[in-house]
Design a protein around this ligand. Structure first.
Ligand code: PMP
Length: 338
């Protein structure tokens, strides 16, 4: 019997932020008849810049990192070739597919590992923009190392847009490289490790030329007052973030191990989710019968792939138990790929 729904399909962290962060956001409602104070937004920029070890002038806020990604795409991909990896975020493909651009998708296939930038050099040369989520969603793989980002920035005249939404889980960043590469842009978010998905706080880090172009187009009030207050408070003491990240990483490895024992193929991940493969083409749909929602990747990947975020220990146990029951109850379910 399904008692409640467990959502493991959106790569959210399962823990709410601390009470003081919630309180700060409530304080932001007190004089909500006023626009957000630009000074307070600047303070948030300063704190995010210090957290990211970059200059404040390179850092811009946005309502979630998705809106920043779309803004960068619109600003820099008017004509010419746009390159993405495949699979990637569906809104990126949708956004670029609509325009006069020629979209090139670099298919990443098993085994999921670093992209060999040099082997695509010819296609990349005249690109106006390349987008890579690193780690990639949905594979969880770090596709680029620092050397590959260096190469990309040198090969491409256009913009190299790197999405580090899962930075706190992978601990890998190229944000500091915006100083060396004028065409590099890094986007990050407070939706994942900071647990502020519902408040929509994203940020972008860019070199000077792009920063200038971006600020000339910027709107005055990008994020709401409750969001500014909560994000600022969240950055005052980030120890809880690191603690939550540690719990997620421990749980991720436990789920990976336990699900593998059942015959599920589980891929290595540098993020807070796991890519899984079974011979069951509708695993996500069948898990819904047990009240577990995971992401069905059938539109994006070959049959049998699904993505599950790491939840609380109890939620993960429910996922594992449901997988076990499903496999035990279905004799016909062919055993799974290793
Ligand atoms: N980038 C990646 C790789 C994501 O997986 C997501 C959301 N799942 C986003 C960006 C968007 O995050 P947000 O808009 O909440 O900052």
């Amino acid at each position: 019997m399904v008692i409640g729904i467990i959502r493991l399909d959106r790569n959210e962290i399962p823990y709410p932020p601390p009470e003081r962060v919630i309180e700060a956001s409530k304080k932001g409602l007190l004089d909500v008849n006023r626009y957000p104070d630009p000074e307070e937004a600047d303070q948030l920029r300063r704190m995010l810049a210090s957290y990211s070890n970059v200059e404040q002038r390179c850092l811009f806020l946005g309502s979630g990192s998705d809106s920043l990604i779309v803004q960068v795409l619109r600003l820099f991909s008017r004509r010419g070739r746009v390159v993405t990896v495949d699979p990637t975020l569906s809104f990126v493909t949708r956004e670029t597919g609509d325009r006069e651009t020629k979209l090139l998708k670099i298919r990443i296939s098993e085994p999921y590992c670093s992209l060999l930038v040099r082997s695509f050099a010819d296609e990349l040369k005249d690109a106006c923009l390349i987008f890579v989520d690193n780690p990639n969603n949905p594979t969880g793989t770090l596709l680029l190392d620092r050397g590959s980002v260096d190469e990309l920035c040198e090969i491409i005249d256009g913009v190299v847009l790197i999405d580090e939404a899962y930075y706190e889980f992978s601990r890998f960043t190229v944000a500091d490289m915006v100083e060396e590469h004028a065409n590099l842009v890094v986007v990050r978010t407070m939706s994942k490790a900071f647990g502020l998905a519902g408040l929509r706080v994203g940020y972008m880090i860019a070199g000077e030329d792009i920063a200038k172009k971006f600020s000339s187009q910027a709107l005055p009030y990008l994020i709401s007052k409750p969001s500014i207050y909560a994000a600022t408070e969240a950055l005052r003491n980030t120890a809880y973030v690191m603690e939550n990240v540690r719990s997620v990483l421990d749980e991720r490895e436990r789920v990976k191990e336990e699900a593998s024992k059942m015959g599920v193929k589980v891929y290595p991940s540098q993020a807070n989710f796991l890519l899984m493969r079974t011979h069951e083409p509708s695993l996500a749909r069948r898990l819904r019968d047990y009240g577990i929602v995971i992401a069905d990747l059938s539109g994006q990947m070959p049959p049998g792939f699904a993505r599950a975020s790491i939840g609380t220990r109890e939620e993960n146990n429910a996922l594992l138990q449901s997988l076990k029951t499903l496999f035990e109850s279905d004799e016909d379910l062919p055993h799974l790929t290793q």
